[in-house]
Every structure is written in structure tokens, then in C-alpha cells.
Design a protein around this ligand. Structure first.
Ligand code: FAD
Length: 533
């Protein structure tokens, strides 16, 4: 590595919630930390996803950092589910409060990283060909940060603007008076459709796979709710970390079969009225038993048919190809009601497949739909996308891409054998986007920080996952997934949305609490499964 490399003890890649907390925590521990961020500001997902209607689908009070009690006291969320601009302001506030920005190089995208075994350091190169060297490399590159743009025939022929929800232009996009075509009806699509439909537009929605969506029941935050949350914050944090999903909702401990039909219906109605993702926990076995799941799925389909006036549109919106909750459940603001508006049309691509994009239209086998603007709500190369976009080379120059040819292989989702001193925050094989991600981030960063303290205390400078421990963990991740209905869905959890991506369940489904205990046990047992030198 040439002498002109910029050196730090720790190099963090990414300045979303993971990167920000990593900078804070590792600096507090006395490390010299530098972060590189592709965007020109902090916030990650909440910086990039400024599409109309973007907001969190975990309640704002819970989708918040827990590490700083002062932050909890001084930040007033204004809604039960905050909108993207507010979450971005929160990330900026955290960065300012802890003076983090001066440790971040913005507009700096990492293109490759190579481990130099002799020097025991990582050499990192950016797209601008800048060079960095560090002992420890922390990948905080995000699980939903690599947008997926499908290879649609004729896409480049389209004359109007094309917007991907995950790279929405900053500033106002004026859609008024336009014919807008949107492709995709996952979480981002549903949020965009419900919002854009209210503008003076002709909106055509192109749907390949209908998704389950439950009402958000959003409402303004009240001072009473805020005060109560603050008063009980310590207990809430304890309960959040002791939970399976990192959320404080009540999980019904009773399996569906032990309830009468009336009790099941009443429980589903109650959760539908309450709003939010707790609907997927109406029965203890909703996500593990097909019959239990079918009660909830039938209920949700009945709701769609009740809400949507046109019977054909309602039928087209009813998901039938996956159990409810096995794709990320969407949480909406009157999404299905949107299809009763005269300016909104649904095109079912299962019935009339998309043929091509023309200069000013989307063409299916049944007709041509004029469009001035095209919105791609086509999702992300989840969990591994951003990591594998970087050419990462470990011991012997072996590439991460090759090592993960048949699916990602990690130990605890934290490290991968053959890649010493490279940590992944919310990496594949950890709970990550299966839970409240901010808590998953804090848990990972805390583990890494403690690990670096322990290495220092024993005079070690290198840690690497053992291959046998990693193989066992990969198997444990698969086993946990197989206990559930999740593998049955063609979701981004199994890479099904990316052509050629190996079909492997990407997340640990044993829950945040159980996973945290495993990581703590590993650490307390002298970092069992890791080699330390
Ligand atoms: P990100 O926020 O994705 O940040 C990663 C950063 O790394 C980005 O800024 C990116 O520019 C940068 N980066 C990536 N590659 C490089 C590179 N090569 N070089 C330099 N920089 C790079 N989770 C929840 O728990 N609850 C929710 O309600 C929720 N809502 C979501 C809504 C949307 C629209 C999306 C897309 C995701 C949502 N998520 C939600 C998941 C979300 O990913 C996490 O909650 C969280 O924001 C992730 O933070 P992060 O820092 O790990 O990653």
C-alpha cells in the first residue's frame, strides 16, 4: 500500500444508523475512526429513500436509538409512524449531538478492499481511487441500500424521467398533471402509490405479485404518550431487547387451533383495528403453521374485497402465492382504498405480462398504457447486495463474492472465515431486517466494540471466524428458518427478487433476544468459534 494512504484504526463504511453508532461507540472507546459514505449526508436509507409517502413501519418511539438517554428526552417524534424527513432529521440530530460528521468523508464510495496479511491491515480503495488503510474494517453498508433495477426490455427507450424509490431525487418532483406509471407493489410501492394517487395524476400501477398489507392507523404523537414513554424508558429498552422482534407488541401465546372461530375472528379484528405489524402475531403459530396462517390470510383477503369496490381489481389485489407475513408485511395508509379513486388503475402483470417499455408507455400483452413518468418501486438486493458490490478480498486474495457463490457464509452474521478483522453490521445470518433494525445495529456495534476492547486487553490484533463454527452457524440459520413458513415465499429474504441470486434464507429467525444471548455466550466463552492472534 503506497505511503499516501489515509490511515485509521477503524474504517467504517456507511453513515446510516449503523455507521453513525459505530463511529460514536468506537471513538468513545478511544479508537481513531474514519467513515466513508457514498452519499453527501448521513442517514443511509432515510437519506436515499425520499420518495413520496416514505415512513417507518415500526413505531417511531421503538424505531429509535436506545444508547443515549438524553436523546430520548430531547427528541419529540410527531407521529406514531414518522415520515422520512423526520427520521432523516433525527439521524442528522444524532450526528450533530455527538459531533460525528467530522469523522465522515462524504461522496466517497468504496469500490474494493483487500486484506494485507503481512501488514495485518485492510487496504481500501474508493471509486475516486483514494486509498485508505486500517486495522479493522466495519461494513455498515446497509441491508436495503442496493436498489434493484429490473432488466425491463426497452427501459432505456423511455423518454420521460425514471425514478427508483431508493434513489429518489432530492427536492420536489412535480408529478401534477402527469400520467404516472409505477412498477412494484412491495412496501415502498404501497407507500408511494397511496401518496402519489392523491395528487393531480393519472396513476397506473403495474403489479406482478400482490402483497399483504395491514392498516398503519397512524396518528399524531401526544405529549402524554411521549411523557409516558420517557418515564418508563429503561424498562422499555429492557423489554425491547428481551423480545423476539425488537418491538413491544403483545404476542398472543395461544395457537390458533386452541381458539374458537369466533375468538380468532375477534382477535384478528382487534389487531386490524390497532394497526401495524403486530397483526402477524395474532396467534402464536401464525408464522409457523399453515392452517393458523390461513385464518389470517383469509381475513386479510376478505378485508381487501370489502374495501375495494371493483370485484376484478379486488381479486387482483388478493395475495395467494405466499403465507401472510412471510414477505415483509406492508403497513399502509388506506392503500386498498386508493383503488376506488377514478384516477388509479391496476394492471395485473400475471394476467397480461409486461412486454416492453416504449418511449412514452408501458406495453403489456393486452395493451399500451401511456406514461409521462415511470416510477420503479422494484426493491433492493437485500442483505448481501451492498457488500458484494464491493470487491472484497481476504486471505490469499480470495474474493467474498466467490466465497459466497452458493449463498452468504458467516459466523453469527458478524464475520466470514477467510476475512480477518472485517466486521459486518446486521450482516447475513443475523436477525437484521427480520427485527427492529436499530436494535440489531446497536447489538452488533456493542459486540464489535467490546470485542476490540478484549483484543486490545490481551494484546491481540487479529480475529477471524473459524470455518467449522461458521458451517455450524449457517446450518443453524437454515434450521431456524425451516421451523417457520418464511422459506415458502419468493421474498427478498431468500433472494428471489434478484435473478441468479442463490436461494438461501438470509436472516437468523430465532429472534433478537435469543440471538443476543448466543453472541454474549460466544464472547464469554473466550470468543468460541473465532481465532484470535
Ligand atoms: P443504511 O441506512 O442502508 O446505510 C448504509 C449506508 O452505507 C448508506 O448511506 C450507503 O450510501 C452507504 N454505503 C453503501 N455501500 C457503500 C460503499 N460501497 N461505499 C460507501 N458507502 C456505502 N427497518 C426497521 O427496522 N423499521 C422500519 O420501519 C424500516 N423502514 C424502512 C423503510 C425503507 C424505505 C427502507 C428502504 C428500509 C427500512 N428499514 C426499516 C430497514 C433499514 O434498512 C434499517 O432500519 C436501517 O435504516 C439500516 O441502517 P444501516 O445504517 O444499517 O444501513
Amino acid at each position: 500500500m503506497p505511503e499516501n494512504a489515509t490511515r485509521s484504526d477503524v474504517l467504517v463504511v456507511g453513515a446510516g444508523f449503523a455507521g453513525l453508532y459505530a463511529i460514536y461507540k468506537l471513538r468513545k472507546d478511544g479508537h481513531n475512526v474514519l467513515a466513508l459514505e457514498a452519499g453527501d449526508g448521513v442517514g443511509g436509507v432515510w437519506y436515499w429513500n425520499c420518495y413520496p409517502g416514505a415512513r417507518c413501519d415500526i413505531e417511531s418511539l421503538q424505531y429509535s436509538y436506545t444508547f443515549d438517554p438524553e436523546l430520548v428526552k430531547e427528541w419529540d417524534w410527531t407521529e406514531r409512524y414518522a415520515q422520512q424527513p423526520e427520521i432523516l432529521s433525527y439521524a442528522r440530530h444524532v450526528a450533530r449531538r455527538h459531533d460525528l460528521e467530522r469523522h465522515i468523508r462524504f461522496n466517497t464510495r468504496v469500490s474494493s478492499a483487500r486484506f494485507d496479511a503481512g501488514a495485518n491491515e485492510w487496504h481500501v480503495v474508493t471509486v475516486q481511487d483514494e486509498l485508505f488503510a486500517c486495522r479493522y474494517l466495519v461494513m455498515a453498508t446497509g441491508c436495503l441500500s442496493e436498489g434493484q433495477v429490473p432488466d425491463l426490455p426497452g427501459l432505456h427507450d423511455f423518454k420521460g424521467p425514471i425514478y427508483h424509490t431508493g434513489a429518489w431525487p432530492r427536492g420536489k418532483v412535480d408529478l401534477n398533471g402527469k400520467r404516472v406509471a409505477i412498477i412494484g407493489t412491495g412496501s415502498s410501492g404501497i407507500q408511494t402509490i397511496s401518496t402519489v394517487a392523491k395528487e393531480d395524476v393519472q396513476l397506473t400501477v403495474f403489479q406482478r405479485t400482490p402483497n399483504f398489507s395491514v392498516p398503519m392507523r397512524n396518528r399524531p404523537m401526544t405529549q402524554d404518550v411521549l411523557s409516558d414513554w420517557r418515564a418508563k424508558h429503561q424498562a422499555h429498552v429492557r423489554d425491547l431487547y428481551a423480545s423476539k422482534s425488537g418491538q413491544l407488541f403483545d404476542i398472543n401465546a395461544v395457537p390458533a387451533a386452541e381458539m374458537t372461530a369466533e375468538q380468532r375472528k375477534a382477535a384478528l379484528e382487534e389487531r386490524w383495528a390497532f394497526g401495524g405489524p403486530s397483526f402477524t402475531r395474532t396467534f402464536t403459530d401464525l408464522l409457523t403453521d399453515e392452517t393458523a396462517n390461513s385464518y389470517a390470510a383469509d381475513f386479510a383477503r376478505d378485508k381487501i374485497r370489502e374495501i375495494v369496490k371493483d370485484p376484478q381489481t379486488a381479486a387482483d389485489l388478493c395475495p395467494t402465492d405466499h403465507p401472510l407475513g412471510t414477505k415483509r408485511i406492508c403497513v399502509d395508509l388506506e392503500y386498498f382504498q386508493t383503488y376506488n379513486r377514478p384516477n388509479v388503475k391496476l394492471v395485473n402483470l400475471r394476467r397480461e405480462p409486461l412486454e416492453r417499455i416504449a418511449e412514452n408507455a408501458v406495453v403489456t400483452t393486452a395493451g399500451s398504457y401511456p406514461a409521462d413518468v415511470l416510477i420503479l418501486a422494484t426493491g433492493y438486493d437485500a442483505v448481501t447486495g451492498a457488500l458484494l458490490k464491493i470487491d472484497i478480498r481476504g486471505l490469499g486474495g480470495d474474493s467474498l463474492h466467490d466465497a459466497w457463490q452458493e449463498g452468504p457464509r458467516t459466523y453469527l452474521g458478524l464475520m466470514s472465515a477467510g476475512f480477518p478483522n472485517l466486521f459486518m453490521i446486521t450482516g447475513p445470518g443475523s436477525p437484521s431486517i427480520a427485527v427492529n433494525v436499530i436494535l440489531a445495529i446497536e447489538q452488533h456495534v456493542d459486540w464489535v466494540a467490546r470485542c476490540l476492547r478484549d483484543l486490545k486487553a490481551c494484546g491481540a490484533t487479529r480475529i477471524e471466524a473459524e470455518k467449522t463454527a461458521q458451517d455450524k452457524w449457517v446450518e443453524a440459520v437454515r434450521e431456524e428458518a425451516d421451523k417457520t413458513l418464511f422459506p415458502k415465499a419468493n421474498s427478498f429474504y431468500v433472494g428471489a427478487n434478484i435473478p441468479g441470486k442463490p436461494r438461501v434464507f438470509l436472516l437468523y429467525l430465532g429472534g433478537l433476544a435469543a440471538y443476543g444471548e448466543i453472541c454474549t455466550r460466544v464472547r464469554d466463552n473466550g470468543y468460541r468459534g473465532f481465532v484470535i492472534e
